[in-house]
Each structure stands twice: as C-alpha cells, then as structure tokens.
Design a binder for this molecule. Structure first.
Ligand SMILES: Cc1ncc(COP(=O)(O)O)c(C=O)c1O
Length: 335
C-alpha cells in the first residue's frame, strides 16, 4: 500500500510558513512592491522571481560567508552568488584594488597595465599562454566558440546532456528519449533550432563523443570537467584524457569551462589534473564576482591570429596580443 502526502495538510503547513516569512520580512515586502513598478516581476533578472514565498529577501550587505537582509536577519550563504563569491563576499584585497581602479576610470576601449599582469598570472596557473577578458563567463564561452568555428571552418558544437554554460544559445539542448538533440524545455526564443548548431552527448560516454566527431561537422566540444549544475557529476577515470585524445584526432577544439570547477584549486581541474585543453573559460570569482576570461593554447592562438590576419604587438615578457584597433588607423599626426 502506498501512502500519499496529505495535500491539504501540506497546504496548511505552507500557509503557516508563508505567514511566518511575511511577519519577519516587512521591509523586503515593501521593497518588492515598489520594484513591481519598474522591474518585470519585481526583480532585476527574471529567474529571481522563482521564489517559493511571496517575494525574495532583499540583501542589505554581504561579507565573507554571510549576508544580512534589509530586515536585519543574518544568513550563512551557501549560494555565494552561484560561486561568483566563491572566496567569500567582498574580500578586502579585491575590493581595495577594484575601488582604486574605479576612481581612475572604468571603461576606455584601451588597455591598462593590469590586464597583462592578470593575464600572466592566469598563464602561470593554467598553463595556457594567451588570454582575453570579458564581463561574464557566458560571453567568454560565446567568444571562444566563435574562434573555434572560425579556425576549423565547421559549424557544430558538442556539449553534455543537461550542461549549463550560461545563456549560450548552442548549449540549451538536451537528448530526447530517442537520443536526438532537441531544444531544452523552456528555452526562450532560440535563434535557430539547437539541433542545427549542436550535438548533445551523455557525460562519461567516449563512444558518443567519437560518433559526434565522425560527422566531420564539429568545431568544438565545450565541457565542464565535472558537471556542477545538476548536482555534481564527476568524470570517470580516463574520460577527460579520452576526450583530449579524441579532440586531437578529429581536430575538435576542446574548451574547458572552469567557472565552477575553479574551486578545485588556483588552476582549477585543468592544472590539478593536467588536462591540456585548447581553451579554458572562467568567470565570476576571479575578481570578486566581476570579470571573466578565456585562455588559449599557443597552437589555437596561432590559428586564430593567422586566420584573422591580426597584426600583433608583442608586449615584452608578458606576450599579450593586441588586435589592431581603429586608433592605429588614424594618421600619425592625430595620435
Ligand atoms: C559552468 C558555467 N559556465 C558559465 C556560466 C555563466 O556565468 P556568467 O553568469 O558569468 O555568464 C555558469 C553560470 O552559472 C556556469 O555554471
């Protein structure tokens, strides 16, 4: 005999919890009702509206592993900005450096000395020689996928079933019951059917990856080295090494997204397990939650540079690559 949950009892308990929540969060409730005016769903990002109670709690301040809401309640934060604050909220060293830079200007369309210093640190940690910066990991993934398609002349991307790499169109795909690549449920407004851009394979399945590569259509495989967005799924022994070998065999660009797995150490799983990807992506946590970056192997860098005909300026020992910008097209007397 099955015993089913008593729905009426559950509804009563939920109502009691909601009443308790409302009694303890009057200021959050007030801010939420004000935010319903200018913000869709009363939230700055639509998914924040998926809150089980009547409204989310509003944050007043966060530091280290804790935050306090506007009603003065303190929380231990197990979310940590979905790893954006992996080393704790607002660490002093990062905040001081960011605050100092903010007083000296925020956006220039020109480089500053710091970018190359950070690039060198990332090179030392991940073993990839060349780096570029973006504002989000989503954007870093988009950039590197474009490079991969460009240098290989192929159109498709292989990803794992139920992966998450930010709002990258090609990655919102899953396998259906027949093993076909289909759009993920609730995929909002895809530009094209993801089956046209993507081949989905199960995690830990080298045969499926090879079958995808054999189509000759695959530019890149974008992976998390351990899946972290559906609980944690670890790679079986030999899986990541096997993927590396297959990518080399079929000239598929292997991109490792370390946005979450960076928690394994300063060089992420890439350095700790000697993974040798063609490119690494990371975001969020490297500057207390602000920037993101992607690094490329020497070989991939050369292919990108050669194919884009980028003139490059060698910046000493750091070896950064600066594309020729419109500044350099100005007649010299105007510079
Ligand atoms: C593995 C992975 N890559 C990329 C992203 C996207 O990060 P961002 O919000 O910086 O675009 C996420 C977000 O959670 C992620 O889990």
């Amino acid at each position: 005999m099955h015993s089913y949950a008593d729905r009426e009892k559950l509804a009563q308990l939920f109502a009691k919890e909601v009443a308790l929540f409302e009694s303890k969060h009057p200021k959050s409730a007030e801010l939420h009702s004000k935010a319903m005016g200018p913000l869709m769903g009363g939230v700055p990002m639509s998914w924040m509206a998926k809150w089980p109670g009547p409204h989310p709690v509003y944050v007043a301040v966060a530091k280290g592993s804790r935050f306090t809401d506007v009603d003065g309640i303190e929380y231990v934060d197990f979310c940590l900005g979905d790893t954006g604050a992996m080393v704790g909220h607002s660490p002093d060293a990062a905040i001081n450096a960011i605050a100092k830079q903010l007083t000296k200007g925020i956006t220039f369309m020109l480089p500053t000395e710091d970018a190359a210093v950070v690039g060198q640190t990332l090179s030392d940690r991940f073993g990839l020689p060349k780096w570029q910066f973006t504002l989000t990991a989503t954007d870093a993934n988009r950039h590197i996928l474009r490079y991969a398609r460009h240098v290989t002349g192929r159109s498709k991307v292989v990803v794992h079933d139920y992966c998450y790499h930010g709002t990258v169109d090609e990655t919102f795909a899953v396998l259906d019951d027949q093993g076909n690549t289909v759009s993920r449920e609730n995929n909002i407004g895809p530009q094209v059917d993801p089956a046209e851009t993507t081949i989905v394979v199960p995690f830990n399945d080298l045969d499926a990856a090879e079958k995808a590569f054999e189509t000759g259509e695959v530019a890149a495989m974008l992976i998390e080295p351990a899946m972290t967005n559906i609980g944690i799924v670890l790679p079986e022994p030999g899986y990541l090494e096997g993927l590396r070998a297959l990518c080399s065999k079929y000239d598929v660009i292997l991109i490792i997204d370390e946005t979450h797995t960076l928690s394994e150490g300063p060089g992420g799983m890439t350095a700790r397990r000697n993974l040798e990807p063609d490119a690494v992506v990371m975001g969020k946590t490297i500057g207390a939650g602000i920037p993101a970056a992607f690094g490329m192997s020497a070989e991939l860098t050369k292919r990108v540079q050669d194919s884009l005909h980028l003139e490059h300026i060698d910046v000493g020992g750091v070896g950064g690559t600066l594309p020729v910008t419109h500044y350099q097209w100005l007649p010299s007397e105007q510079l």
